[in-house]
Design a protein around this ligand. Structure first.
Ligand SMILES: C[S@@+](CC[C@H](N)C(=O)[O-])C[C@H]1O[C@@H](n2cnc3c(N)ncnc32)[C@H](O)[C@@H]1O
Ligand code: SF4
Length: 388
């Protein structure tokens, strides 16, 4: 059924599983580091992990690298340098590869940022979340508002011009005015990119067990619309549900996910999605989640991953879950290039979505209408196998 003429662009995700403290809203694979993190052992495990994955991407070049977490800024610049040079020795990176590292403002200073820059990191994503000190406390952050601003300035002085700030809205106790004021402060700092997430209450988090008071869905929707206007006025154009770029400086790594590109994932709990033109199949791989089990396995002959082949239904749903988040949507040609499937596989679902006002087809672009964006989950239901 799959028929790839070429494989899509390739990214590399590297997971760092430790944080200073677990935030009450966070369901990422992150663990409180009660003692010093085992940096050398983990970097060695990451490289062993990469080596096991290399046969699946022979001959391909990596476009983007993203070191996420957890809190990778807990690693020393030397550890990051060792990691990146070991990767470069094993797999080709594009000369202009985007190489991002996530940083928590409570774990950095200018010297550390300079070390990351020298190690080859060329984009920083700083987890600011809010500029209101009381709200930062409500969500258990280890930094205050001025430390967040200092981190942005320190990153600039260390030579980073490609900066992302993560912000969240819908925080416990946050008014609409405070949410918009956070955006004002962020735009005034002129980062290249702002990721503005609505706080979601995830299972297995402290907030799920102790639900905080939050604004209603209608208020959250109004905040989102006003925020989008405010960011647009400041020059930040939205290109995905939560992503805004100044002067088109979009995040190449995340764009590759949303366009259903390929990615390797190394580190505890990391995921990969790889298309194989030779076998005409797409595989998904997940690595062992717990950091110590992961490290033990990577250093032995035990398997550190499970791999499954995706069926057509999985591919169609996963493609929609990603591509419909993009404001530009997708075209029949980009669907076929990314999935290896003929457009006919989704044509009826698209036509039904258009008839119900959830999708629009504007010249070649198929995208969610404002109503489709608001009810994205309902729209995606239609791409599930049983409703096709
Ligand atoms: C994996 S975290 C990495 C950043 C770094 N660990 C930090 O928190 O500073 C990536 C971003 O996801 C967002 N995030 C995490 N949990 C969320 C949730 N439950 N709802 C909405 N956004 C969330 C936060 O903005 C966070 O900065
Ligand atoms: S610092 Fe980031 S990754 Fe760590 S627990 Fe908090 S939100 Fe999650």
């Amino acid at each position: 059924m799959f028929d790839f003429t070429a494989t899509p662009p390739l990214s590399l995700y590297i997971h760092s599983p430790w944080c200073v403290r677990k935030c009450p809203y966070c369901d990422f694979n992150s663990h409180e580091a009660r003692t010093e993190i085992p940096e050398d052992a983990y970097v060695t495990a990451l490289i062993a992990d990469l080596e096991q994955d290399l046969p699946s991407v022979w001959g391909r070049t990596i476009d983007t690298v993203f070191i996420g977490g957890g809190t990778p800024s807990l690693f020393s610049p030397e550890g990051i340098e060792q990691l990146l040079s070991s990767i470069r020795a094993r797999v080709p990176l594009k000369p202009d590869a985007e190489i991002t590292l996530e940083a928590n403002p409570g774990t950095v200073d200018q010297a550390r940022f300079k070390g990351f820059r020298d190690a080859g990191i060329n984009r920083l994503s700083i987890g600011v979340q809010s500029f209101q000190p009381d709200l930062l406390q409500n969500i258990g952050r280890i930094h205050n508002d001025s430390e967040a601003v200092i981190a942005v300035e320190a990153a600039r002085h260390a030579g980073f011009d490609n900066l992302n700030l993560d912000l969240m809205f819908g925080l416990p106790g946050q008014s609409s005015k405070q949410a918009l004021s956070d955006l004002h402060t962020a735009t005034a700092l002129e980062p290249a990119h702002i990721s503005w997430y609505e706080l979601t209450i995830e299972p297995n988090t402290w907030f799920h067990r102790h639900p905080p008071q939050r604004a209603t869905d209608d208020t959250l929707w109004d905040i989102q619309q006003s925020g989008r206007l405010l960011l647009g006025t400041g020059g930040f154009e939205r290109y995905e549900v939560s992503a805004y770029a100044l002067n088109d400086q979009q995040c190449r790594h995340n764009l590759n996910y949303w366009q259903f590109g390929d990615y390797l994932g190394i580190g505890a709990g990391a995921h990969a999605k790889i298309s194989d033109a030779a076998t005409q199949g797409i595989t998904r791989t997940s690595k062992t989640r717990h950091p110590h089990t992961y490290m033990d396995a990577a250093h032995s002959t035990r398997r550190i991953s499970t791999t499954s082949r995706l069926e057509v239904d999985d591919v169609v749903l996963e493609f929609a879950m990603n591509a419909l988040r993009l404001d530009r949507g997708f075209s029949p040609a980009t669907f076929t290039a990314a999935t290896g499937l003929p457009y006919g596989v989704i044509e009826a679902t698209v036509n039904n979505g258009v008839a119900d006002g959830l999708l629009s087809t504007d010249s070649d672009a198929i995208k969610a209408t404002p109503r489709g964006q608001r009810y994205l989950n309902e729209l995606l239901q239609r791409w599930m196998p049983e409703s096709a």
